[in-house]
Design a binder for this molecule. Structure first.
Ligand SMILES: [Zn+2]
Length: 203
């Protein structure tokens, strides 16, 4: 069973940026756990819990106990971690990415975890340096698009129509470049600057 952790800022980020991937992986019986580090208000938690119950993933609200993230990740031992882009225009998204990056040495060197790390999309795909988010992986979410929209729509307090429009533009654009109707884009992170490469590449 695939174990995937999403370390994100606000309850609704998982559904907006990664809802298609989550829906696909749930179908594959993957174990999905989401960790939120900011804005864990009563209202958002209620909306997020509604989705997690309906679709079947676990959510942890760590706004006031971020230090527990290490413990949870070690216990869960995911093969894949998804977080926000380091240049995300939203400050708390960037802080979430920074926090995760700060615990990576503990996870890998001290505890020998082995996982792949990816950044997810951000609003309008423009970073805080006016740079663009350029994915190197796309996931075809065409058959999960209705589910993703339902997930986003369940956050009534967060102006879901606005987010659905943003997502429609971005996922269509990525669908276009990857040859399907709708795609989500992900960027693989070179952990400690180590480039992903094939084994025995020097012969
Ligand atoms: Zn957010």
């Amino acid at each position: 069973m695939k174990r995937i952790a999403f370390v994100l800022a606000h309850p609704d980020d998982a559904e907006i940026w990664c809802g298609g991937m989550i829906a696909k992986e749930l179908e594959n019986h993957s174990d999905i756990r989401i960790f939120y580090l900011y804005a864990c208000t009563e209202e958002r938690i209620k909306e997020s819990n509604y989705n997690s119950k309906k679709y079947g993933y676990k959510v942890y609200y760590l706004e006031h106990e971020k230090e527990k993230l290490v413990e949870y990740l070690l216990k869960f031992n995911p093969g894949l971690i998804i977080t926000h882009w380091e240049y995300d225009a939203n400050f708390e998204h960037r802080e979430t990415c920074r926090y995760l990056n700060s615990i990576i040495p503990t996870l890998i060197f001290s505890n020998k975890m082995n996982f792949k790390l990816f950044y997810c999309e951000s609003v309008n795909l423009i970073g805080n340096n006016n740079n663009f988010f350029v994915p190197d992986y796309y996931i075809d979410i065409s058959d999960k698009y209705i589910t993703k929209n339902d997930m986003i729509g369940n956050y009534c307090s967060q102006n879901p129509e606005y987010w659905k429009k943003i997502i429609d533009t971005q996922n269509k654009l990525f669908g276009n470049v990857s040859g399907c109707n709708y795609s989500e884009g992900y960027q693989q992170v070179q952990i400690f600057g180590v480039k992903k490469c094939k084994k025995n590449i020097i012969e």
